[in-house]
Design a protein around this ligand. Structure first.
Ligand SMILES: Nc1nc2c(c(=O)[nH]1)N[C@H]1C(S)=C(S)[C@@H](COP(=O)(O)O)O[C@H]1N2
Ligand SMILES: [Mo]
Length: 309
């Protein structure tokens, strides 16, 4: 159980919203899940301040967001993570931060969250398989963490790694993917304010199937870039290997920016199906950069995005 966060005197002073999430986590760990009365006021305070970066699209339901997932460590079916991810133990948790940083180390999650203000951001989330959801994430900007550990001038990329624990992750006991799952961003992408580390959604601690206790969310990229259950972050000079590019380089590139003009070799990427929209709802046109072009198009000025897919 994470007692440290709620008993730390600095914690409540600095970040009341984060403290609320911390209490929820402690109680969830104690097996008390029905906490509506405690969740109510804190949720309202998060809802009252929607981030300027939020979309105004209506979010998917909690049920949709937690029952239709890709988390191959728990199986290949969209319903497998909900069934199997409960086995993953997420407390205690720490992230090893290394490579080209001034302050490398293994940081307990408590220490990572202590100085940050958690914020709700409603982001459109689009999978390369051409379905999408709108998800109210709770998280903080990745740049805040990178600034704290001190990125050295020679660093150009950030590499991420997921937990490797085959006894709790049945998918890792099988082949198909060269575990652990790895992902990466160019440093300017990682520092963009849209890029967050998320620790919850709606008023919930991050459900295991969505990447508890901490996962990346990069809203202008296909879903596979948003790596779950992160245990390692490393700053590097060279582009790091990424799971899907390693697996199928013709189909999945390093950039993976949502781009309706570049088809996946096996299907069109021009339109998407909103999960939960119903059988008769039409497909929606997919927007360049998933609709976040104003914020991120400048990162790719002069690049051929058909080559750098
Ligand atoms: N570690 C890990 N991270 C992962 C995946 C995975 O299989 N393992 N799947 C990716 C893919 S393909 C998608 S679409 C999103 C799905 O996130 P969600 O289930 O929270 O919607 O997670 C991404 N992050
Ligand atoms: Mo995906």
């Amino acid at each position: 159980m994470r007692k440290t966060r709620s008993t730390d005197p600095n914690w409540t002073d600095v970040t009341p919203k984060a403290d609320f999430l911390n209490r929820r986590q402690i109680m969830a760990g104690a097996g008390a899940m029905a906490l509506g009365s405690i969740a109510g006021p804190a949720l309202a305070s998060i809802d009252a301040k929607p981030s300027a970066y939020s979309t105004d699209a209506a979010p998917n339901t909690l049920k949709e967001i937690t029952s239709y997932n890709n988390f191959y460590e728990f199986g290949w079916d969209k319903s497998d993570p909900e069934k199997n991810a409960g086995q993953m133990v997420t407390d205690p948790w720490s992230i090893e931060i290394g490579g080209l940083v001034d302050k490398p180390g293994t940081y307990p999650l408590d220490d990572i969250l202590k100085p940050v203000t958690l914020e709700q951001r409603i982001y459109r989330f689009r999978c390369v398989e051409a379905w999408s959801m709108v998800i109210p994430w709770i998280g903080f900007e990745l740049s805040a963490l990178l600034d704290r550990v001190g990125v050295q001038p020679s660093a150009k990329y950030v590499a991420f790694q997921t937990l490797y624990r085959p006894d709790q992750m049945p998918g890792q006991r099988q082949g198909g993917i060269d575990w652990p799952y790895v992902e990466g961003l160019r440093l300017d992408e990682a520092m963009n304010p849209l890029t967050i580390l998320a620790t919850g959604l709606y008023d919930e601690e991050m459900p295991n199937q969505n990447g508890a206790p901490i996962r990346l969310v990069v809203p202008w990229k296909y879903g596979f870039k948003s790596i779950k259950s992160i245990v390692k972050i490393s700053l590097a000079e060279k582009e790091p290997p990424t799971t899907w590019k390693q697996l199928q380089p013709r189909e999945y590139g390093f950039y993976a920016n949502v781009n309706p003009e570049v088809d996946h070799p096996r299907w069109s990427q021009a339109t998407e199906r909103r999960v939960g929209a119903g059988l008769f709802a039409g497909r929606e046109p997919t927007l360049m950069f998933n609709g976040y072009g104003d914020e991120v198009a400048s990162l790719y000025r002069g690049m051929d995005l058909a080559k750098n897919y």
